[in-house]
Ligand binder design. Structure first.
Ligand code: PLP
Length: 383
């Protein structure tokens, strides 16, 4: 198997367009020069549209977790309480980060289940400096109700810190309208740039919360990012080749337009769900209210009776398609198909076709075709 032919259908990193790869092979430039500043401003301008925000935008040389840590590390200290919402792996990560900088008041529910807004409000009533939410919990394929939780955060005066790592650039995120003080995204997900950068928006209120913090992180000091950002620079030497790639990837986003991009993501995920249903597979998320939804960028399915999700992943890999298994205690119990970035209908159809073969060979289904047919019927509106 020629690995260069492998189709990545995992929830990041995602395939990167050849023009993005070409952009990264340009000669290095001075990161304190005019050329870099123009590129920085260009990226921030497109990102403002992706984030739907007028807040400051920063680009960090570090993956999504770096931006999560910058958000917490700068705004939370000592006895500050953070309500952390956990229904999957990345909610847990926010909790672990918050515990390093302040005190956590966690709301932990079974992974893959939807939150009860009443329970969240009770936590906020106990007093909180900030609340963290993972918009799209990639580990379980659920989209959490950011808008509603934003309203609760505002009502109780808590900073709203949103992980939009697998929504921004592929799904609707209304940073300003939803009252998000800090939103973060990684480069290797819906924006379809290579891994290694993270982008974040930071509100005035979030900056005010940093004013009395004399123990700001050093490398991830957002005040330093603001000072340099005002000069269209980063405080330390940025990963210049990744910036070249990001700029090109953002131009692809702009050329497609966010509305079309969001529609393509939603339709792609709907096609995978339709195929799952047609093949008799059960979706993993347990949606208990009208505010939580299946993810528009990653679909998590329960492993069929008697088959490990890891075996499905292995069989798919042998056929040239990389999908994801379950994380932590969900390893073997679920498998996940990512459909984020520049993924096209043909990629989804091929993935479903191969999945049908894998499932037939494992004795899960007896005939081929139902999954592809169901997915095709959803995808036929897209070109
Ligand atoms: N948050 C979410 C929702 C994610 O899906 C991921 C990565 O998969 C992260 C955070 C962590 O991002 P990174 O691996 O870029 O540090």
């Amino acid at each position: 198997m020629d690995l260069e032919d492998t189709l990545l259908m995992m929830p990041g990193p995602v395939p990167v367009a050849p023009r993005v790869l070409r952009a990264m092979s340009k000669p290095m430039i001075n990161h304190r020069g005019a050329e870099f500043s123009a590129m920085y401003d260009d990226c921030c301008e497109i990102l403002a549209d992706v984030f739907q925000t007028k807040n400051d935008i920063f680009i960090i040389s570090g993956s999504g977790t770096a931006a999560m840590e910058a958000a917490i590390g700068c705004t939370v200290k000592n006895d500050d309480v953070v309500v952390t919402l956990e229904n999957g792996k990345f909610g847990e990560r926010f909790k672990d980060i918050a515990a390093r900088y302040g005190k956590v008041n966690p709301l932990e529910i079974e992974w893959g289940h939807s939150f009860d807004l009443g329970e969240i409000e009770k936590k906020l009533e106990e007093g909180a400096k900030a609340i963290t939410l993972v918009h799209n919990e990639t580990s379980v394929g659920i989209q959490n109700p950011a808008e509603q939780i934003g309203k609760l955060a505002k009502k109780h005066g808590a900073l709203f810190i949103l992980d939009g790592v697998t929504t921004l650039g592929g799904d609707t995120v209304k940073t300003d309208e939803w009252g998000v003080d800090i939103a973060v995204v990684g480069s290797q997900k819906c924006i379809a740039a290579p891994p290694g950068l993270s982008m974040m928006s930071v509100s005035k209120r979030a900056f005010e919360a940093m004013d009395d913090n004399d123990k700001l992180p050093y490398y991830l000091d957002l005040k330093a990012y603001k000072k340099s950002g005002d000069k269209s620079q980063t405080p330390y030497t940025p990963a210049v080749p990744l910036f070249f790639g990001l700029q090109e990837a953002l131009h692809i986003v702009k050329e497609e337009g966010m509305d079309a991009r969001i529609n393509r993501h939603a339709t792609g995920a709907a096609a995978i769900r339709a195929a799952a249903k047609a093949m008799g597979l059960e979706l993993f998320p347990q949606l208990n209210d009208e505010y939580s939804h299946y993810s528009n960028t990653v679909t998590a399915m329960k492993a069929p009776e008697g088959v490990s999700g890891n075996d499905i992943k292995k069989d798919m890999m042998a056929r040239g398609i990389t999908i994801a298994g379950g994380q932590s205690h969900l390893s073997g119990k679920i498998f996940r198909i990512g459909s984020m970035g520049n993924v096209q209908p043909k990629d989804i159809l091929l993935t479903i076709q191969e999945l049908e073969i894998v499932l037939k060979n494992r004795g899960v289904i007896s005939e081929l075709g139902a999954g592809v047919e169901a997915a095709s019927n959803v995808l036929d509106t897209l070109i």
